[in-house]
Design a protein around this ligand. Structure first.
Ligand SMILES: [Zn+2]
Length: 303
């Protein structure tokens, strides 16, 4: 959920600064910038083509934003890659440039918001990507509007990419319908999705952006969750994210959707990992990655 809320924020801020301008413009602006703070991701660990080589394990790398690279024994996918060209100020250095990516067996896109489906990034990845995968709606954008080799999937559908067995999982993120100016289109829940990803070394659940659904609390236990803990009403909310985390008390929690965009007033982007440690069972499983830092997937104890 991006554009409408940011627009509202921008309007609110501009009203605030208009009122302030009549009194003490410079002082007021200075005060505003000093008081704002948000958690930022650790310093980026850049990587190159070696991250795409054949290997003996399954390695995940957070790309910043909501993006991940997963290399499982040489099969490579990216989820929601955004490596530049965003329409808001960015706090991080991206760990790799699009034109340095040597090959991808697939790109998985959870939904059409531009922090997940980055048209500039995906167009730059087109020539090195075998196939782009998403929902039926996002596939229609990728194929018909943007000229990408893509395929659309129903919720619950399964497909394979190299060593990955993938199932499309449900989400509730049709925020556009609550804001008449956001789109002429009526959005459906199945326009957005998550991905359940089985690898030879364990299972990863990329939840996608979503409000918490009952189904989210009754999944098999994943070894790792790509964990969005944004305290936003269109995401899990912090309370909902903790509920989800504690439904799978051993699963590793790889944090994302935080620390990447300069937006201290915008809850989808300004979460702080520190808020989780007193709320989540077994907090030692919280994994705060730097963009680009490798994380090797291992199976947790499922007993
Ligand atoms: Zn998002």
């Amino acid at each position: 959920m991006i554009k409408r809320s940011f627009l509202t924020l921008a309007i609110t801020l501009s009203i605030f600064s208009c009122k302030s301008d009549k009194k003490e413009p410079e002082k007021s602006v200075e005060k505003e910038s000093v008081e704002k703070w948000q958690a930022k991701a650790p310093a980026t660990q850049p990587f190159g083509s070696e991250a795409f080589d054949k290997s003996n394990n399954t390695t995940l790398r957070w790309l910043g934003m909501a993006g991940f690279l997963i290399n499982s024994h040489g099969s490579t996918i990216m989820i929601d890659p955004l490596l530049g060209g965003f329409d808001m100020p960015i706090l991080i250095d991206f760990p790799i440039k699009s034109d340095s990516v040597p090959k991808l067996d697939g790109v998985l896109i959870t939904h059409s918001d531009n922090d997940h489906y980055s048209v500039p990034t995906n167009l730059e990845l087109k020539n090195v990507t075998e196939k782009f995968h998403s929902t039926i709606y996002v596939d229609s954008l990728m194929s018909n509007r943007d000229g990408l080799p893509s395929v659309g999937h129903e919720i619950g559908e399964t497909f394979e990419i190299g060593n990955f067995k993938i199932k499309v999982t449900p989400v509730d993120h049709s925020w556009q319908n609550a804001y008449p100016d956001a789109s002429d289109r009526v959005f459906k829940d199945e326009d957005s999705c998550g991905f359940w990803i089985e690898t030879p070394d364990g299972t990863i659940w990329a939840t996608g952006d979503s409000r918490l659904m009952p189904e989210h609390l009754n999944m098999p236990t994943p070894d790792a969750i790509l964990f969005d803990f944004s305290d936003s009403e269109w995401h899990f909310t912090l309370e909902g994210a903790v509920k989800l985390a504690n439904a799978y008390p051993q699963s590793k929690l790889l944090l994302h959707h935080w620390g990447s965009v300069d937006a201290p007033d915008f809850p989808p982007f300004n979460a702080n990992p520190k808020d989780l440690y007193d709320l989540v069972d077994n907090p030692e499983r919280i994994v705060v990655l730097a963009p680009g830092e490798p994380f090797i997937l291992n199976q947790i104890d499922h007993k």
